[in-house]
Design a protein around this ligand. Structure first.
Ligand SMILES: Cc1cc2nc3c(=O)[nH]c(=O)nc-3n(C[C@H](O)[C@H](O)[C@H](O)COP(=O)(O)O)c2cc1C
Length: 308
């Protein structure tokens, strides 16, 4: 049942209404079905799917995940069902949910991103594309594009041209100056920016004298990366005019609020889903309480002037 407090969290981004700004991050929520047994996933503001590529991918062999202090390191390697199977088997379910569906896409070349976009653009039930130009765990595509402003701009411009959906560029923290990449994707026509993807990391098993992950290095996520993510959201939100979506180590309402205060218009919960699957619902309730307590008529009013 909708009540008046639902107005507190309604937001409009790239011309679309979202019931709230609490979304779930790519790769941590499968294609939505996986969590539907645990709670009503229609309560989420949006579901961002696992990255989809042109062909199905098996990903890297195990071990693909290792725990780290206040976080985890993963090198899944973009395992996914491929765009055609996604459209056939996963999208019909997602489309029925009463939440926004954001399809995250990836590729080994700009051409692959464009082909995936073209296949999706003929379909109903998608509200936006999130373009993963930031995966640290694949040899080509991913970070290779996301660390080069010219290639990042070109990829976003080509996807935008092929897409009838809003395009969100998902940025990597593994760069010298993330604001340079943010401005490049804005110039390329991105409707919004999401950040951060995982931070490149490595764990070595000293007894085996081997890396803990089969891929040798992986991407660090969870609370360990949150201060890095907040700082990057803060900087990017002041460098571009398009909306910024904050990601990185969000486990609870206070974590999420840091991102809104830093200038994010929405947030995504990633690793937090593994620790507490109900975290996004608790954050939705917590944000409503915060707005009421501090007399904000809407979450969009929460951003603060943090200078000096
Ligand atoms: C197991 C795992 C798989 C992920 N897969 C993807 C992916 O397919 N595409 C993508 O853009 N990001 C992927 N990510 C990155 C998350 O969406 C998110 O940007 C990152 O984990 C930081 O947020 P967190 O600290 O809340 O997890 C993955 C993260 C994890 C932990």
């Amino acid at each position: 049942m909708a009540d008046r407090s639902d107005q507190l969290l309604k937001i409009k981004l790239f011309g679309k209404q979202f019931k709230n700004p609490v979304w779930v991050a790519s790769g941590t929520f499968g294609y939505g079905e996986e969590y539907a047994e645990l709670y009503d996933v229609s309560k989420l503001g949006a579901i961002v799917t696992k990255s989809i590529t042109l062909e199905p991918r098996q990903g890297h062999p195990p071990p693909r995940v290792v725990e780290t202090p206040s976080g985890m390191l993963n090198a899944i390697g973009l395992q996914n069902v491929g765009v055609d199977n996604f459209v056939k088997d996963k999208l019909p379910y997602l489309r029925k949910l009463k939440t926004r569906v954001i399809v995250n896409i990836a590729g080994s070349s700009i051409n692959e991103y464009v082909k995936v976009t073209e296949r999706l653009s003929r379909k109903r039930g998608i509200d936006a594309l999130e373009v993963n130009i930031s995966c640290p765990n694949v040899k080509t595509g991913g970070i290779e594009i996301g660390a080069d402003p010219k290639r990042a701009l070109k990829t976003i411009a080509m996807v935008k041209k092929a897409s009838r959906f809003a395009v969100i560029a998902k940025l990597s923290p593994n760069v010298t100056d993330i604001t340079v990449i943010a401005r490049a994707v804005e110039d390329g026509g991105a409707d919004a920016i999401s950040l951060i993807n995982t931070i490149a990391g490595m764990v070595i098993d000293v007894d085996k004298r081997r890396p803990a992950l089969s891929n040798v290095t992986g991407g660090l996520s969870g609370p360990a990366i949150r201060p890095v993510a907040v700082a990057m959201v803060y900087k990017v939100a002041r460098s571009v005019d398009i909306p910024v979506i904050g990601i990185g180590g969000i486990m609870n309402t206070d974590d999420a609020l840091q991102f809104f205060l830093a200038g994010a218009k929405a947030i995504q919960v990633g690793t937090g889903n593994f620790i507490n699957p109900r975290a996004p619902l608790e954050i939705i309730a917590g944000l409503k309480r915060y707005c009421k307590r501090n007399k904000f008529s809407n979450i969009s009013k929460v951003a603060a002037d943090l200078e000096g």
